[in-house]
Ligand binder design. Structure first.
Ligand SMILES: Nc1ncnc2c1ncn2[C@@H]1O[C@H](COP(=O)(O)OP(=O)(O)O)[C@@H](O)[C@H]1O
Ligand SMILES: O=P(O)(O)OC[C@H]1O[C@H](OP(=O)(O)OP(=O)(O)O)[C@H](O)[C@@H]1O
Length: 188
């Protein structure tokens, strides 16, 4: 009897402004055409925002209906918004792919409970850099940026050791390190 391939879900976590979306988008471009990887497009109750993360934008009622219909692989709430990964994640994992998703630090426990083959990649950068970056990004107002900087992370479940990628220097360096980590995970 042959066993089905099982992929790996890469959970990209870290505080706001650290560069998660930048590294994910950069790695997506660097690895374009390599069928081993699948980059998840999240569903968020935030209006579509050109120039930022390319997410699927849902109204709150649409989000609730999709959740009730079982269309999400994982969902969580943060910053007054609802976020989800689509159920297509399950198909990509069944096909043996390395699936990359940006999730809340508070959703790691639930992700691990559902998907035992997870790797946690934590992106890091000092708070002063994050503050500058969020101001430059300009997606949130001053109060929202202050709340994001003050937001507490979650303690990772016991025994879970994240791979930490420092994004304190250039975005190009952070992207190269992240893409290299993904290639290593795919080769394991
Ligand atoms: N290494 C870096 N150096 C300078 N600016 C960066 C770097 N990484 C990301 N940025 C910028 O910082 C801002 C926040 O990055 P983003 O990827 O949106 O972070 P996150 O998704 O973790 O909140 C964006 O404007 C992005 O262009
Ligand atoms: O619980 P936390 O680990 O703090 O994360 C909360 C949420 O914020 C981030 O998304 P979002 O794109 O809204 O924010 P960001 O790009 O500023 O991190 C992250 O991907 C989570 O969905």
């Amino acid at each position: 009897m042959s066993t089905l391939p099982t992929g790996v879900l890469v959970l990209v976590v870290g505080p706001s402004g650290v560069g998660k979306d930048t590294l994910i988008e950069g790695a997506r471009k660097a690895l374009e055409g390599d069928g081993r990887f699948s980059f998840v497009r999240r569903l968020v109750t935030r209006p579509a925002d050109a120039g930022f993360e390319d997410h699927v934008s849902l109204e709150a009622a649409e989000f609730a209906a999709a959740a009730a219909a079982g269309r999400f692989a994982l969902s969580w709430r943060a910053h007054g918004l609802d976020y989800a990964l689509p159920i297509g994640v399950d198909t990509d994992l069944a096909l043996g792919r390395v699936v990359i998703a940006n999730i809340s630090r508070h959703a790691v426990g639930a992700a691990l409970a559902r998907y035992p083959r997870c790797r946690i990649v934590e992106i890091s950068a000092e708070i002063s850099l994050r503050a500058e970056r969020l101001a430059r990004r300009g997606r949130e107002d001053r109060d929202q940026i202050a709340a994001r900087l003050a937001r507490e992370g979650a303690i990772l479940p016991e025994g879970v050791a994240p791979l930490v990628i420092d994004n304190s220097s250039s975005a190009a360096a952070g992207i190269a390190a992240f893409a290299m980590a993904l290639r290593a995970i795919a080769g394991e």
